[in-house]
Design a protein. Structure first.
Length: 178
């Protein structure tokens, strides 16, 4: 479970090291099967560590449209891996781009909020958002701050119940990672 989440989060940083995301993926996909194994990914990242500073400087210089295209390409690659079961109650169901943001959508297998008594719904929603953001923000910061967040690309996680009703969302910026 964690290895895929790690891969997904860190994969966001891959385009920062190449001229295009396709070129970077091709370089890392050693066996040319169209997928990156954890070993291929780790080996590829280690090879690129020496050129990180120059490449990140290039990312800083991306124009708005170039940044949006980069985000679109990343989202397209990750979307092919969905849905993905994160844990016993959580499934990563979607990812999409909106301007210079990346949105992750998760379905959480808990009783629908509407089945709770009205007086408990607000309390539950507040508690759930507090808890889920406490978990997701540090993970996102750990894996994407240097690659995406500090360059103005925001990440937003959405957590929905089985009916599609949003339970919580966490907007994550570079300020959250300081």
């Amino acid at each position: 479970m964690f290895s895929f989440l790690f891969f997904a989060m860190v994969f966001l940083s891959v385009p920062a090291f190449a001229q295009t995301p396709e070129e970077q993926f091709s370089q890392m996909d050693v066996n040319k099967d169209g997928f990156l194994s954890e070993k291929e990914f780790v080996d590829g990242m280690q090879k690129k560590s020496a050129s990180t500073d120059d490449s990140l400087e290039t990312l800083q210089k991306l124009s708005g449209p170039e940044k949006k295209e980069l985000i679109r390409l990343i989202v397209t690659q990750l979307k092919e891996q969905l849905p993905y079961k994160v844990d016993e109650i959580t499934v990563w169901t979607d990812i999409y781009a909106q301007d210079e943001e990346m949105h992750y959508v998760y379905q959480v297998d808990i009783p629908e909020i509407d089945t709770l008594p009205a007086e408990e719904q607000g309390t539950f929603m507040t508690y759930f958002k507090d808890q889920v953001c406490k978990i997701s923000v540090p993970l996102v910061c750990r894996f994407t701050n240097d690659a995406l967040l500090k360059y103005g690309i925001q990440l937003i996680t959405h957590y929905k119940d089985k009916s599609g009703k949003e339970l919580a969302s966490c907007q994550i910026t570079s300020k959250d990672c300081q």
